[in-house]
Design a protein around this ligand. Structure first.
Ligand SMILES: NC(=O)c1ccc[n+]([C@@H]2O[C@H](COP(=O)([O-])OP(=O)(O)OC[C@H]3O[C@@H](n4cnc5c(N)ncnc54)[C@H](O)[C@@H]3O)[C@@H](O)[C@H]2O)c1
Ligand SMILES: [Zn+2]
Length: 298
């Protein structure tokens, strides 16, 4: 016969203590979203982790995913440079080609759909601000004109020398990667203008050649939309910041700037939520779990 779940109905079982503070914060977060006039989703690499995409700073995720780069002791900051495409293009494309194929095939986790539904329900709508280059918000059905990708997108290509200032879709390029050695096996993609090596249209480290045109246009749309919300946000504009790290704080700086203008900030971050900032609602949970638990209060 199965054991009853609760021996004593007045007390939860000892092995599952109720985290009242966390439950309170989840309920508060859900309430804020329920009343939001407009929703801003500010996302870093931690947003994709529950879909199976690694971030590159937590728990050596980078070297675990790219053991060939670990063997040559190459760090993320060295692999993700514009110079890598000049000095060792097959290896640079081994790294970025593997990522591109992953980003093309991965299924965005359920938290994306929840954020989209909440954003669409807000009278003033939503905007996404992300440093991710994986195109997962578009994949999950978010409107392309409501997304700002501050570091560009891996789904776009440009010339390594940016000879004609053009950005084109990566759709025609299917990288064949030798994963064990992190090397591109098929032909390198080429610039149609000068025949030089094409590279992803993402901002890398030490990158003087990134073509920011597409990203700048997205930023203009974001700025115009923010202006429609007025200078004082009065807690009715809600920022949900998810998986944004502290090492490259572009996303955090944006959400904190909005907060200083009066927006409410909900921070979801598995390892770096706890900055003891009392004005934020900080949820030290994985993205999918946090968003699903917030939904259960709706
Ligand atoms: N998917 C992508 O597009 C991708 C992936 C890795 C890196 N990058 C690039 O590298 C840079 C990385 O900066 P970053 O701050 O985004 O990443 P980061 O790796 O520096 O930080 C990731 C953050 O996510 C948190 N996190 C980890 N797992 C989580 C989970 N399951 N749920 C919620 N939070 C979780 C970590 O605590 C950390 O604070 C960005 O500029 C980006 O362009 C992009
Ligand atoms: Zn060129």
């Amino acid at each position: 016969m199965p054991k009853p779940l609760y021996q004593n109905p007045t007390r939860p079982p000892a092995e599952r203590p109720t985290d009242l503070r966390l439950e309170d914060k989840l309920a508060q977060a859900a309430q804020l979203i329920h009343n939001a006039q407009a929703l801003i989703i500010a996302a870093g690499a931690g947003m994709g982790v529950d879909s199976g995409l690694p971030d590159f700073r937590s728990n050596n995720g980078f070297w675990r995913t790219y053991p060939a780069l670990a063997q040559s002791r190459l760090r993320f900051e060295e692999a993700a440079t514009a110079g890598h495409f000049i000095q060792h293009p097959e290896r640079a494309w081994g790294f970025y080609g593997h990522r591109l194929q992953k980003y093309r095939t991965v299924q965005p986790h359920a938290g994306f759909g929840l954020l989209k539904a909440w954003g669409e329900a807000a009278p003033g709508g939503y905007f996404v601000y992300t440093s991710n280059v994986d195109g997962q918000f578009q994949q999950a059905g978010f409107a392309a004109e409501r997304i700002y990708e501050c570091h560009g997108s891996l789904h776009g290509l440009q010339c390594s020398g940016d000879c004609e200032g053009k950005i084109w879709s990566a759709a025609g390029f299917v990288p064949d990667v030798d994963e064990a050695h992190c090397l591109l096996r098929n032909a390198l993609p080429r610039c149609p203008g000068c025949g030089g090596i094409a590279r992803p249209n993402v901002l890398m480290f030490d990158d003087g050649a990134w073509n920011s045109q597409r990203s700048d246009q997205q930023h203009e749309r974001l700025t115009r939309w923010l202006e429609t919300l007025g200078p004082k946000k009065n807690g009715t504009v809600v920022v949900v910041e998810v998986g944004a790290g502290r090492a490259l704080p572009a996303v955090r700086a944006f959400s904190q700037r909005l907060q200083s203008q009066g927006a409410a900030l909900i921070r979801i971050n598995l390892n770096e939520a706890n900055v003891q900032e009392r004005r934020h609602i900080e949820l030290a949970l994985g993205a999918k779990e946090a968003l699903e638990r917030m939904q259960s209060y709706e």
